[in-house]
Design a protein around this ligand. Sequence first.
Ligand code: ADP
Length: 440
Amino acid sequence: MNFDQFVCKVKGVRQQSDLLQDRITQEIPEQEHLLVETFDQLSTSLEELYVAEEELRQQNEQLVEYQQKIDKERQRYQELFDFAPDGYIISDTYGKILEANRAASQLLAIDKNRLAGKLLISFVPQERRGEFRKQIHCLYKKNQIKDWEIDLHNYHKTLFNCEISASTINDNNGDCIGFRWLFRDVSARKLAEAKIRFVEMQNFKLEQSSRLKSQIVAVLSHELRTPLNAVIGFADVLLRLNRSQLTPQSLNIVLTIIKNGKELLKLINSMLDFARLEEGKLAIRLQQFNIKELIKKITEDLCFSANQKKIGLDVHINIQNVVVINDPIRLQQLLTNIIINAIKFTEEGTVSVELKELNQDKIIITIKDTGIGISEIDLKYIFQAFRQVDQSKTRNYQGTGLGLAIVKDLLDLMGGTITVESILGEGSTFSVELPREVSC
Ligand code: ADP
């Protein structure tokens, strides 16, 4: 009996009770008191029935409210199910699809309604169906499978990598009555992983070949240095002992041998240093020395080159404490590289070298020139090995393209930094910051 029928019944009983009261008072006056008593009891019962009716009404209203809430929740879950980014499928225990969301229908390239009734295994390639059956068996036993990767094909037989998680749906007795499946297309991730593996492999090969290259350069440079030193040495001896007996042509040849030999030796030494630095085999030897003296010595050594080009080489020393701890030979090498460049790329004007204290713990050496300058784009590359600015502009200038790469590597070892500011056609300023005391 539903609530409305119950209310109807209560109404009927009430009408009958009213009728009964009329009849009692009209038809059976001699037993009136007995009947009135009975009738009173009936009225009380009727009242109780009214109260029960009211309670039932309230319960009914509450039930309607709950039902609405449940409907809303169900709607929300249905939307979540439908719009979830992964494919969700509900199947029976044979793997027959009962319900599927949008993502699942997109993944399997078939309309949602046409999916219902199809067997999941029909989307598994023939050769992997045995494995799929085993997994269903496993699902029965363990209640769930997680992140199982398998290739599936969609309705049009296009394969894709899929990651599947599934769990059982149980009835109130705990018996399995179906499965819920989550399908995730991981083709893009797999592709990205394969690409990363490929890049890692390439990097590994590159590292290996770079190490090999550095080793070859180191061995070759080392082997070339010995005979080259001998050639320069012999030419020097020839010049010293027989200068007066040499014809002008022979003298020229010997001088060229010495000049080119020295250039070649410089190149070989740079290559050897660079190879060692790249291999991490070049160590700096720290000692305490006077930085002011070192700067003076470097600029004096290079004064001749500047004079030859008729450009000035100014030195400004603004430092109180001249004592530093560093590798003087390597510091000389790196500063020489920068100053030689400044002279090389300046046709008129001045190259100025300034030494300053930044604070108690840091010094800064600035090399400023009025040369050809470097464009903003080229500034990004000049510290890379063998990178020289556009050949059409620098072809008049000799060089290996290793000088600044060595500078950078040496500064890394010393815990220092280098910055460049430059305006094309106006000049460049290289600033080298160094700790006063370099530590290993
Ligand atoms: P290089 O042996 O060619 O001088 P470096 O590594 O010392 O090699 O310098 C790399 C490039 O940076 C140079 O070829 C040049 O194009 C540019 N460069 C370096 N110093 C200067 C400078 N002071 N003025 C203009 N260009 C510079």
